[in-house]
Design a protein around this ligand. Sequence first.
Ligand SMILES: [Fe+2]
Length: 357
Amino acid sequence: MTMSLPTPSIAPPDVIRCAYAELVVTDLAASRAFYVDVLGLVVTHEDADTIWLRAFEEYLHHSLVLRRGDVAALGVIAYRVRSAADVDVAEEYYRQLGVPLERRPAGTTRGIGDAVRIVDPLGFPVEFFYDAEHVERFTRRYDVHGAGAISRLDHFNVATPDVPFARSYYEQLGFRVSEDIQDEDETVYAAWMFRKSTVHDVALTGGDGPRLHHIAFATHERSQILHLCDHLGALRESDKIERGPGRHGVSNAFYLYLRDPDGHRVEIYTHDYYTGDPDNPVVTWDVHDNQRRDWWGTPVVPSWYTDASLVLDLDGVPQPVVARSDDRESDVTIGADGFSYTRKGDTDTGFKLGAQV
Ligand SMILES: [Fe+2]
């Protein structure tokens, strides 16, 4: 059963894009080795407990915060809004939705101005901010890029037990759907939703939640993703490669999924397509289509469907995880590659992985 939300009396804040994530990590040195030494993210600032990172094209203070803690989890995902006034709008909007909320004065998070942090109706810690400290943009600093250069944060992917509810919540917040996955009964299994003019700022994946499925960074070229694979192989750390490299059906992007030292999943992604026109067509994939998740038909590893990161509430306590249950679904779930086909009407050529749900 899909829940419904009250409709606030004011318009939602004008969200520009996904902006940064904070991950709680248990071994800061190990995480630094992964994110700085392998992925090549730029350290804007660091102290004994926290590292603030950005990619080469980013001029805001950070797009990723690594904070030392006892339990590996998502601390927050943050969206940038269009103006300082939109932070006030966000506060009023979420007060009317009745969710946990805190106003965070400038500097509560280093490099970030006045902000509102909430637990959204899906159970995720989410921040809205406009003001942020500017730092050097390394776009033309080819002397430090390296062969696996990551250019910017691209999107978040969140696991939630009720995708139709999550989709309606984000649509009310002003996000639009670029692509989704449905079955023949129009049950939605996953949806890709955007504010910036790409395929997504946030993807909604059906599964036990609230959990963070992954954060994704963009590169300019496929060669940079392949170099990251070679780099991990040379370090004898190929076990950090979970899935890929490959070509997505959804979004058409070239992808690689990595697991950081705590198991947080990071996607490296290049790249999708422009979606900014008002009549941008929605692409709907059949949940049985073997090429939706991988255009070459490569099976998805089971851990990709089962594993995800806990998320914290505003007091830093892990949110309870609710099992996915949607009685409108058939015995197929989003992970059911056992039922996939490559050509519609062909039930024999798909991969049969058994009960991978
Ligand atoms: Fe992704």
